[in-house]
Each structure stands twice: as C-alpha cells, then as structure tokens.
Ligand binder design. Sequence first.
Ligand code: NAD
Length: 248
Amino acid sequence: MQLKDRVAFVTGAGQGIGAAVARAYAREGAKVAVVDMNLEAAQAVAAQIAAAGGAALGVACDVSRREQVDAAVAQVTAAWGRVDILVNNAGITRTAMLHKMSGEQWDAVIAVHLTGAFNCVQAVAGGMIERQYGRIIYVTSAAGVLGTIGQINYSAAKAGILGMTKSTAKELARYNITANAIAPGAATPMTEVIRTDERFKDKYLDRIPLGRWAEPEEIAPVFVFFASDASAYVTGQILAADGGMTIY
Ligand SMILES: NC(=O)c1ccc[n+]([C@@H]2O[C@H](COP(=O)([O-])OP(=O)(O)OC[C@H]3O[C@@H](n4cnc5c(N)ncnc54)[C@H](O)[C@@H]3O)[C@@H](O)[C@H]2O)c1
C-alpha cells in the first residue's frame, strides 16, 4: 500500500475524477476526506469506500468560501489529526464565447478554480510545514496550456493553476512539501458535450493519439503517484494524462 495511514483531502470528490481519486487513495491505505459542495454525493462516495473496507469521511464544503474550507480542514483534523495530501480538484465550467460571457460566468469559474485552490492550500500549508511533510496536487487542463473556444474563464483559471503549482513548489520545497499538477484528458460529464456532440466529437478524438476518451479510473493512478513516496523527488511538474492530446 503506497499511502498507508496518510490523510488525504480531495475536493470535488462527490463524482467524476475526484471520486475515482478518493477510491484509489483509499485502496492504497489512505484515510480520505471526500470533500464536495454536494454533501449527499460526498457521503455516497465515502459510504462506497467504507463498504469496500476503506476509511472515508464525507465533508460538505464550497471551496470558494474560505470559512467553509477552514471548517472542513478543522473537521478532518479533529477526526484524523492532520492533512498530509491535498488534491485541489473541485471545478466547474461556465461556457460562453468571450464577447457574450457575463461577469458572473467569469467570476464563478475563477472563484472555484483559483480562489478555491488558494483557500485550500493556505488552510493546510501551516500544518504541513509544522510536520515537514506534504503532498499538494493541483488539477489543470489542456485548456490552460492550449486555450479553448468558449471557455476563456476556464482557460485563464487552468493557466493560473500552472503558476500556482510552480510557486507552491518553490515556496514549500524547503519543508519537504511537493506540489505538482495533473492535466487530465476528457472524461466524465464535464466534457460530455465534446465527447458526444456530432459537431465536436470526431474533431477532438482525432487530436488524441491513443484514439479514445479517458476513464477517471485510469487517471487516478497518476494522482496516487504524486501523493506517494514514489514522487518524493518530483516537484513543480505538470503531468498530462490525456492520451497524448498535448504532445507538442
Ligand atoms: N472531465 C474532464 O474531461 C476534465 C479534463 C481536464 C481537467 N478536468 C478538471 O478535473 C477536475 C474534475 O473534473 P470532473 O470532470 O471530475 O468534474 P465533475 O463536474 O464530474 O465533478 C466536479 C465536482 O466538483 C464539485 N464542485 C464544484 N464546485 C465546487 C465547489 N465550489 N466546492 C466544492 N466542490 C465543488 C461538484 O459538486 C462535483 O462533485 C476539475 O478541476 C476539472 O476542471 C476535467
């Protein structure tokens, strides 16, 4: 078991990639806080993990709200004493062409991806520094590297996360804390339109050398790698698990 007795805090884990990561961490022996603004979904994933013999806690938290993040970290610390691994996975899209995008659409995406990740990293960093140990994993996207149509808010947020990853890595390396980012390929309902709509489907699929869409379960092992001691000497890096879509 690669994560035995580690405590993980996985945001947006009520479904999709985050839920797959929570399940994979639990299988590797971690105690997993399944954090989501949808408490029912978080509790369902936690119950599934517990039924499989793992340790998990469903935690309600909107990551864009600092007081909710502090409360969630306090709840997990009260239960398990600390947070060793943070996965900043919670995310949303609010799609519109840039000349039609509302201020609310812009703000909502920036608030969850950037402010949310900042709130979480700030809330756990103090404890990690004290214990001289931590693994911080951000989630970015090909959209942050290549840009995308109809998602200037999302592309800006995901590009911002690349900067946050590198700054976190440089600042916290002296405390034995690593920070890396994963850019998953298209999987889960978030990208349903590009995977199913006839106007986009083939165009996108043609750009993926492996020639198929991703399953969250095949992206989760990359999150295990960055959470484990196997990546002890790796920090500030971006790993794309996207079937080769961003080979360039
Ligand atoms: N799905 C993809 O193809 C893809 C590709 C590249 C990157 N990503 C990124 O991967 C991450 C996970 O994506 P997914 O496809 O699994 O998403 P998803 O939509 O399936 O799940 C996202 C989860 O985050 C939760 N959430 C949303 N806002 C929140 C908030 N403010 N606070 C707490 N929880 C919140 C939702 O309730 C949901 O359970 C995101 O950061 C996304 O941008 C996804």
